[in-house]
Every structure is written in structure tokens, then in C-alpha cells.
Design a protein around this ligand. Structure first.
Ligand code: PXL
Length: 269
């Protein structure tokens, strides 16, 4: 018998394999963690229409049923929440999560998916803030999401990012990992961790200036896997950044206009 650490993900499928659920499960496996997953929606990029997102929600009752199976089968204490897609799914996921105790709830606050109605997206943002963020122990916003969640008008430097992280922390999240990515000028991609008392900066040299698909999903999934193994947040983020940096160096090309992260680049841990 084998007893690996287990991590659970509740997220959407992105059918080219470059983001979402597929990335989460690949990342868990690469880091030696047994992955369990629940699908919330399906996103199919359209090759005949500029690779625009075709978004298909999954019935909230079907999401709840998947969560029932997963949570009954495995003693889980660590979960990543990725794209949820609709207010109905958000409410179902929140209700299911509340049926047990969790040590780590890592929320990647995927706010906008192209192809969704702006009005629907706003409802979804509000539902995420109301039902999911209060449950989060870790949240991993990119610059845009940090702006929206902190209410700041602009984030143009690392000090702004740190301020946004502190403000998001006021919502009761234990750890905010605010990602600067390629958005903030400088040679390094800087992320900041707010732990409720201090800001910890983490840096990696930028690998070009192009956004690579799946970087955010990979980062949050790797943090989740490392927390599932019992590691602390700072070492989890550092390992996750190595997974992403090396995965971008060895990125994978497809017919889409952007490359995607290769989760297999880092040696299995
Ligand atoms: O990268 C954000 C993301 C997350 N989850 C799903 C997605 C995307 C972006 O396309 O499709 C399912």
C-alpha cells in the first residue's frame, strides 16, 4: 500500500490542457501528491474564432455530487479552488466545503473568463467574494485580481502590490500571495506574501515578457501540493515558483497564440 499526501482541486476544464483542472492534476502528480478533482465548468477555445473561450457551466447539483464522492472517499484537508464559473456553482461549492474542516483552502480567484457575459461575470465576482473568499486560507491573485479585490485603482510597483495584499488580507484570509508576474516593470517577476504581520518578497528572473498560459493555475496547484505535504507557506510558494519558472523555460507550444507551462520540467519532489 502507498500513502501519498492527497490534494483536492475544484476547478474548470480547459480543453487544450494548458490551464485549469488538467494543469492542477499534472502539477499535483509532478510534486508527488495524489490528486482528486471535481469539475465546475468546461472551457473550449474556438479554433475557428480566434481561440475565444466557449464557456459551459456544469449544473451545481452535479458539482455537489462530485464533491460528495470525493470527500466521502478520501480524508482530505487541503483543497485548491480554481475557476467556478457561475454564482450557482459558487454557492454549491461553498456549501459542500462547509461540510468538513479544512487545513488549507487555496483560492485562485479566477475572475474573468473571456466568452462570458460581462453582467454574468460581475455576479460571479460578487458571489466569489461573498461565498468563497471568507473560507480561503490562501488566495493567489494576479495584478488584475489584486486590483479588483483590494479596490485599488492601479498597481504599478511592488509597494502597490504589497498594499493590495494587505488590504485583501483584511477580508480574513491568512495568507495573500499577490503575483506581480510580467506586469510590473523590472528584471525580476516579484510576488509578495502577506502573512497577516509582514510582507515577504519572492523573486525569480523574468523569462521573457510574454504571458504563458497556465502559469497561475500551476503556481496555485503547486502551493496546494506543497501545503498538502505539510510544508509551510513560504517554502510552498518558493517551490511553486521554481515549478513555474522552469516550466516556462521549457514551455510547450500548440496552435493557440500562446505557449503553456510544462509541469514536467522540475524534477519530481
Ligand atoms: O487560467 C485561468 C483559467 C482557469 N481555469 C480554466 C480556464 C482558464 C483560462 O482559460 O479556462 C478552466
Amino acid at each position: 500500500m502507498t500513502t501519498p499526501a492527497k490534494a483536492y482541486v475544484v476547478a474548470g476544464s480547459e480543453s487544450t490542457g494548458g490551464a485549469g483542472f488538467q494543469v492542477d492534476i499534472k502539477t499535483f502528480q509532478q510534486l508527488g501528491v495524489y490528486g482528486i478533482g471535481t469539475l465546475t465548468c468546461i472551457v473550449n477555445f474556438d479554433p475557428n474564432n480566434g481561440w475565444n473561450h466557449r464557456f459551459h457551466p456544469i449544473d451545481p447539483a452535479l458539482v455537489a455530487e462530485q464533491m460528495e464522492s470525493a470527500m466521502a472517499c478520501h480524508a482530505l484537508d487541503t483543497v485548491k479552488i480554481g475557476m467556478l464559473g457561475t454564482p450557482g456553482v459558487i454557492e454549491a461549492v461553498s456549501a459542500s466545503l462547509k461540510q468538513q474542516e479544512w487545513k488549507n483552502i487555496v483560492v485562485d480567484p479566477v475572475l474573468i473568463c473571456k466568452g462570458q457575459e460581462p453582467g454574468a461575470a460581475l455576479d460571479t465576482d460578487n458571489a466569489l467574494r461573498e461565498h468563497i473568499l471568507p473560507l480561503a486560507t490562501v488566495v493567489t491573485p494576479n495584478v488584475f485580481e489584486s486590483q479588483v479585490l483590494s479596490g485599488m485603482d492601479t498597481i504599478t510597483c511592488v509597494d502597490d502590490l504589497a498594499e493590495a495584499a494587505k488590504r485583501i488580507g483584511e477580508h480574513g484570509v491568512n495568507y495573500v500571495v499577490a503575483k506581480g508576474g510580467v506586469e510590473i516593470p523590472g528584471n525580476d517577476a516579484v510576488d509578495v506574501i502577506w502573512d497577516g504581520t509582514q510582507i515577504i518578497e519572492t523573486r525569480r528572473p523574468k523569462v521573457g515578457n510574454e504571458r504563458v498560459s497556465g502559469a497561475g493555475c500551476t503556481l496555485a496547484a503547486a502551493i496546494t501540493a506543497e501545503l498538502a505535504k505539510g510544508n509551510d507557506i513560504v517554502s510552498a510558494v518558493e517551490t511553486a515558483r521554481d515549478v513555474v519558472s522552469q516550466g516556462i523555460v521549457k514551455r510547450v507550444e500548440g496552435a493557440t497564440p500562446f505557449d503553456t507551462v510544462w509541469q514536467g520540467a522540475i524534477a519530481s519532489k
